[in-house]
Design a protein around this ligand. Structure first.
Ligand SMILES: Cc1cc2nc3c(=O)[nH]c(=O)nc-3n(C[C@H](O)[C@H](O)[C@H](O)COP(=O)(O)OP(=O)(O)OC[C@H]3O[C@@H](n4cnc5c(N)ncnc54)[C@H](O)[C@@H]3O)c2cc1C
Length: 343
């Protein structure tokens, strides 16, 4: 366990609503840390539709998913939020009134006065390939993400998949692996053509192997893989000796641990909130964006932005119980403009 990081606010989820929450909290002098299981900032916009246009952000007639994330990052820059990516918030424990201890799956501990759950449809999690008994090797020989490349130096690596992640990691790990095989069920790849060309060049130079087929069985002991049995598309089988299997089959959204944090839920999926404050049934824990529910809820980004603004008003009462909050406009308040670095 690492030293706890102390913060006014811990935001769970770095999607558009979590990002805009940094802005609304920052205007009211509250500092935030954000945790997201993804390796990138932007939630669904960055992961599911980075290049698709969004037409219903107020006063922005057209912006792509990635463009929106970048614009939000520019907008929140003055508030210096800290991001913790590739970490999933697992537990929340109440330690004060309000004050919470939050722990991630990587053992990072936060102590926050308030929590904003902006977890969208839940955490993005890797899709598990249909290989019998694969669970027994997960975390020791089977990895769905590469957190430290050095851990794979000198290893015999089997990468499975045909998308950008599979190809990117093939190119990145090939120089440090003792042997690398890329396995894909067909000859066409979904990854960027440039990556496919580079991968084919490595195959041509004899630096990596490309095999068409699917893993049908894993053999090994004590969580360590020794061999993967591969079924070729013609039905024949052969064995690949390997130390690490990296399947990249895309991501799926799962609610994850949100339902275990003690808040009243709707249909076990959404956090019920008070629409005046967007506070959950647990005082000090707020929920904004796609993760919450109230009568009339629309899962739109603009709804989450509105929710963030009202959430920050109530959050201020917890973080600064002795300070009176004066409503101000950014157009006319010099104090807000100073915080934004424009006055
Ligand atoms: C194809 C598509 C098109 C869309 N088009 C539009 C549109 O045109 N206009 C519009 O308004 N909306 C649109 N939406 C919906 C919009 O993307 C969502 O309303 C918005 O992303 C919700 O934002 P959020 O911040 O609440 O959650 P998300 O964007 O879902 O982000 C939540 C983040 O929380 C993280 N997370 C969850 N649980 C944990 C945990 N325990 N620990 C760590 N991290 C966690 C997730 O990994 C995720 O990154 C579209 C959605 C899709 C899929």
């Amino acid at each position: 366990m690492s030293e706890p990081i102390k913060t006014d606010v811990l935001i769970i989820g770095a999607g558009p609503c979590g990002l805009f929450a940094v802005f609304e909290l920052g205007l009211l002098d509250m500092k935030a840390h954000l945790v997201d299981i993804l390796d990138k900032i932007g939630g669904q916009c960055a992961e599911l539709y980075p290049e698709k246009p969004i037409y219903d952000i107020p006063a922005v007639p057209y912006i792509t998913g990635q463009g929106l994330c970048e614009a939000l990052l520019t907008q929140i820059k003055p508030f210096g939020a800290t991001f913790h990516l590739q970490e999933m918030v697992q537990t929340i424990e109440k330690i004060g009134d309000p004050q919470f201890r939050v722990t991630t799956d990587r053992g990072q501990v936060f102590e926050a006065k308030i929590i904003v759950v902006a977890a969208g449809g839940g955490s993005f999690q890797p899709k598990r390939p249909p290989i019998p008994g694969i669970e027994a090797y997960e975390g020791t020989s089977v990895f769905y993400a590469v957190r430290q490349m050095e851990a794979f130096r000198g290893k015999r690596i089997l990468i499975v998949g045909g998308g950008d992640s599979a190809l990117d990691w093939t190119l990145n790990l090939a120089p440090i692996a003792s042997h690398l095989t890329l396995l894909h069920r067909r000859g066409e790849f979904r990854a960027a053509p440039d990556s496919v060309n580079k991968m084919m060049a490595l195959v041509g130079e004899g630096k990596i192997d490309l095999v068409l087929g699917q893993v049908s069985e894993l053999r090994g002991e004590g969580g360590r893989i020794a061999q993967a049995v591969v079924k070729r598309n013609d039905g024949s089988h052969f064995e690949i000796a390997c130390d690490a299997l990296l399947p990249f089959f895309g991501l799926t959204m799962k609610l994850g641990p949100v339902a275990e944090w003690g808040m009243a839920m709707k249909d076990g999926e959404y956090i019920l909130v008070d629409t005046a404050t967007f506070e959950s049934s647990v005082p000090g824990i707020f929920a904004i964006g796609d993760i919450n529910w109230y009568p009339g809820k629309l899962k739109l980004i603009l709804s989450g932005f509105h929710e963030a603004a009202l959430m920050a008003q109530k959050a201020h009462r917890y973080v600064y119980p002795d300070k009176r909050l004066v409503f101000q406009y950014t157009t006319s308040s010099t104090s807000l403009q100073k915080k934004l670095g424009v006055a």
